[in-house]
Write a protein that binds this ligand. Structure first.
Ligand code: GDP
Length: 442
């Protein structure tokens, strides 16, 4: 997400930082480039105009020009203003009531159904008991789609049927949620290809019936300014409480994300980062601004890594490392965990300073495919071999090569590298024990 914008701004800021002294002229010139970058990212032109004018006012203040590092001051101001543009504080869900009702609205294909199931998973992680409620009785298979998603996640789904009225579904589902002890209900409503009065009337009727605490407008980020316009119409009719921008994984520009709060006054609460149920992130304006400005987003990376690892497990792995007992089985577990975080390239983007590194390396190619090959080789080992790599003799290597469909040379290389890594760990641990401190990873 935000890739193009990040690249463009990185170039502008480099020029800024490279200049020892800044004067009004080169600030004006630099901000012109920031303006162009934002317009190219499809940010609403009015939003850009106001943004640049605020940044300019602050930058031309005497303090910036007199400071020792004016370039950095400018970047800091842009960062702060961008956080504001993205909504300022993180906007949490407001969940009250028994059950709390979240109503998902938006055009067809925006990602409502997928997001409903992602949110159910998110809420369950927060110890809520969600109920999924399909209320789209028009689109063929919409009910089935949500029912299947619910089953996969083991979240209960209300048994709606296409001959029911959506308002009745909502009120009956609320009763059902109470009976079942579900404390939050996610109402997946119908969408149309375009805004449509009949649909708006129906949504308003559902709203009146169940008074949802949250009405989340779901929009496809890749539709840019269209998403913003549609958001404004939905908001006018339904007074939405927040926005979910989906398909941010494919949106390199970021125009919708940077305009929607300013235009509608409603905060982005979540972003969809892929098709899987776990690909939903709480939207943090400060972290997003850091990502756009190439400062990375370590916090999100750490949170993702922690999502499914317990403290005991982390400690166990640490100890195995220390005793150089880390084996292929552990290796595979860690690899799979990493894959869940997304592609390696995606992970690197969350690390600070990657903007510059990318330029130095040219087109950075991270071998995600290679990881797949490594996993195939480990999969072809027996559990015994994984736990004790010393067992892997030439004939076993041949079997592993045959089983994984990978050249024998590559299997040899993997086993050899792994052995070397274990030896190195042992040495490092020995040294650090003598010195009495934690080892430094190379
Ligand atoms: P609905 O008509 O609004 O209910 O939309 P769906 O939930 O059926 O989603 C439409 C398509 O968008 C599906 O193919 C989803 O897998 C896909 N989709 C939804 N959210 C995301 C996302 O965050 N990233 C990506 N890449 N695809 C998404």
């Amino acid at each position: 997400m935000f890739d193009n914008l990040q690249d463009r701004l990185n170039t502008v800021f480099k020029k800024f930082k490279g200049q020892g002294r800044l004067d009004e002229n080169n600030i004006q010139e630099g901000l012109r480039e920031v303006r162009l970058a934002l317009l190219e990212a499809d940010v609403n032109f009015k939003v850009v105009k106001e943004f640049i004018s605020r940044v300019k006012d602050r930058c031309l203040g005497q303090d910036v020009l007199k400071s020792l590092t004016p370039g950095q001051q400018v970047v800091k101001i842009v960062h702060e203003e961008m956080i504001g543009l993205l909504g300022g504080e993180t906007a949490d869900l407001e969940l009250r009531g028994n059950p709390a009702v979240i109503m998902m609205v938006g055009l067809q294909g925006s990602g409502k159904t997928t997001t409903s199931s992602k949110l159910a998973l998110h809420l369950r992680r927060l110890k809520f008991k969600p109920l999924l409620v399909p209320a789209d009785v028009y689109r063929p298979a919409a009910i089935e789609q949500l029912t299947t998603l619910g089953k996969q996640l083991d979240v209960p789904v209300f048994a709606s049927s296409t001959d029911m009225n959506p308002v009745d579904i909502a009120s009956q589902a609320r009763e059902y949620a109470r009976e079942q002890g579900c404390n939050v209900m996610l109402l997946d409503t119908a969408g149309r290809l375009h805004i449509d009065e009949t649909l708006m009337d129906e949504l308003a009727a559902i709203k009146a019936e169940v008074s949802p605490q949250e009405i989340l407008f779901v929009a496809d980020a890749m539709t840019g300014q269209d998403a913003v316009t549609v958001a404004a119409s939905f908001d006018e009719r339904l007074d939405v409480s927040g926005v979910v921008l989906t398909k941010m994984d494919g949106d390199a520009r970021g125009g919708a994300a940077l305009s929607i709060k300013h235009v509608t006054g409603k905060p982005i609460k979540f972003v969809g980062m892929g098709e899987k149920a776990s690909d939903l992130e709480v939207f943090h304006p400060d972290r997003a601004a850091s990502r756009i400005l190439g400062m990375g987003d370590m916090l999100t990376l750490i949170e993702k890594a922690q999502e499914d690892i317990t403290e005991e497990e982390a400690e166990k792995i640490g100890k195995k490392f220390q005793r150089a007992e880390f084996d292929f089985e552990d290796f595979r577990t860690q690899m799979r965990r990493m894959k869940k975080l997304g592609s390696l390239e995606g992970i690197l983007k969350m690390l600070p300073g990657m903007g510059g590194l990318k330029e130095k390396l040219g087109e950075l190619k991270v071998p995600d495919k290679e990881l797949g090959r490594v996993e195939a080789m480990i999969n072809s080992m027996t559990m015994e071999e994984r736990k004790n790599p010393n067992l892997i003799n030439p004939s076993r290597k041949e079997r592993i090569a045959r089983g994984s469909g990978i050249e024998l040379d590559e299997v040899n290389q993997l086993v050899k590298n792994f052995e070397q890594m274990r030896k190195m760990m042992k040495k490092m641990m020995g040294r650090s024990k003598k010195k009495g401190g934690m080892p430094k990873m190379p």
